[in-house]
Ligand binder design. Structure first.
Ligand SMILES: [Zn+2]
Length: 451
């Protein structure tokens, strides 16, 4: 490993140049800008390293696939996404988003942290082994998504159709920031999500609240009454069956919770929340965040909400809800439960679904899970923070549920990477540290025996 690590240090400038090359190519999935060109560029970069790479069509924007097989060795599949968020208000960028600029040890540009810089670390780590030894100690595959920032709507079908091609022993990826304490984190899952909209349209016009308010049913009140049947004031979801499939916390997960640094107060301060809500115990807060589903009203509207007053009975009320789901909840089943609940309590309301993602969780108890924690520790020289699940959602389920392999992620970016925001950036020391981390992971997977 020493030789590989030295090579990574010696070629630091070339690696930074590669990152600049990738950032200079726009690839905005929401508009399609540059996506095809970026897929081509990645095929070029993967081929230069010595992998068999190709652009593969999906029902939407293309994916990039690459492999290099070392017969008789375990296989890791690296996931990443090469599409980026739209740049937003250009006037808020200090330098143009697709003209990478290095300031204070960071590269600025759209996609530096999320996710081009992070996926590139895996490609360069593979290069490090090939340049040092002429061969790889394990087999590697890459699946690079071109639609992640648009919710990966076609990834599930693509993976389903290419199961044999994508077969591997473990999936590894890097996305998001390191732990805010400065330590690396190893993440074993994410929550799923389902978005629903409930609309009560009385099919009348807005009418005079004095002349009609006593007699005409008010959709806003009716919707509010429905919502009251869905979740209580303490936060418990009241929809029948909602919690039925929630996977119990394992002893190993219970144990790592004790060691996750988490300061509830500064967590609230981060969003300027004055902390008038319930007191949270640290462990209970972590459990709620990782192992419990949520039901969040994300939008609620009816009648007149502008300045002054409009004395009307509104014609229509709308509520948007998202539910973050945990292993082993199924978004389709949850949608059916919501439909059933609404049918019972407010049958005139219409329920529709708007996007979903399955939850994913890999067991901490697996030998490979422990091995990767060890690899990260060796790469960083400190104990990583072990996170059983992220609170957010990502398409990890395609690996754990469709391809049925353990899936582990280690984020490499700085906590202030400004992903999805202006002046996105990637700390270049962390970028290089990411390459070294992936190199340790490759070495660990190659030596791992207990699959
Ligand atoms: Zn993103």
């Amino acid at each position: 490993m020493d030789k590989v690590i030295s090579w990574i240090d010696e070629t630091r400038e070339q690696s930074i140049e590669k990152l600049a090359r990738l950032i200079s190519q726009p690839s905005v999935s929401s508009t399609g800008e540059g996506v095809e060109e970026c897929a081509q560029l990645l095929v070029e970069m993967l081929t230069e390293v010595g992998l068999d790479a190709k652009v593969m069509p999906t029902k939407g924007l293309p994916a990039v696939y690459a492999e290099r097989i070392a017969p008789g060795t375990p296989t890791v599949i690296f996931y990443g996404h090469y599409d980026v968020q739209p740049v937003g208000d250009l006037s808020l960028w200090e330098t143009p988003p697709f003209e990478p600029d290095i300031r204070n040890g960071r590269m600025y540009g759209r996609g530096t942290g999320d996710n081009k810089g992070q996926l590139l670390t895996h490609i360069i780590a593979v290069d490090a082994f090939l340049k040092t030894y002429g061969e790889l100690p394990c087999s590697v595959k890459f699946l690079l998504d071109g639609e992640e920032e648009s919710g990966s709507p076609n990834l599930g079908d693509f993976v389903e159709e290419n199961k044999e091609l994508l077969k591997a022993d473990v999936c590894y990826f890097a996305d998001g920031p390191i732990h805010y304490s400065g330590r690396p984190q190893v993440v074993f899952g994410c929550r799923g999500i389902i978005d629903v909209e409930i609309v009560l349209d009385e099919n009348i016009r807005d009418c005079h609240s004095g002349h009609y308010g006593a007699l005409i049913p008010n959709p806003a009140w009716r919707l509010v009454h429905l919502l009251k049947t869905m979740k209580d004031a303490g936060g418990k979801v009241l929809v029948e069956g909602f919690y039925d499939k929630v996977r119990p916390i394992t002893p190993a997960e219970e144990e790592v919770l004790k060691h996750i640094p988490f300061d509830v107060e500064s967590y609230f301060e981060g969003v300027r929340y004055p902390g008038t809500g319930p007191e949270w115990d640290r462990i209970e807060a972590l459990k709620a965040h990782m192992f419990q589903p949520t039901m969040t009203i994300t939008g609620l509207g009816s009648g007149y909400t502008g300045e002054g007053v409009a004395t009307i009975v509104p014609a229509k009320a709308v509520c948007k809800i998202d539910m973050r789901l945990v292993a082993d909840q199924d978004p389709d089943e949850i949608f059916e439960l919501i439909e059933k609940h609404v049918k019972k309590h407010l049958p005139e309301a219409k329920v529709s679904g708007h996007g979903k993602m399955y939850p994913s969780r890999t067991e901490l108890e697996l030998p490979i899970s422990q091995a990767i924690i060890g690899a990260v520790k060796r790469a960083w020289g400190v104990d990583p923070v072990v996170v059983p699940s992220s609170g957010a959602s990502c398409p990890e389920y395609v690996f754990t549920q469709i391809l049925e392999m353990p899936t582990i992620s280690v984020p490499y970016a700085n906590p202030d990477e400004n992903n999805h925001a202006p002046n996105e950036n990637f700390d270049l020391d962390l970028f290089i540290q990411g390459i070294k981390t992936t190199a340790h992971v490759i070495d660990t997977i190659a030596k791992h025996e207990e699959w």
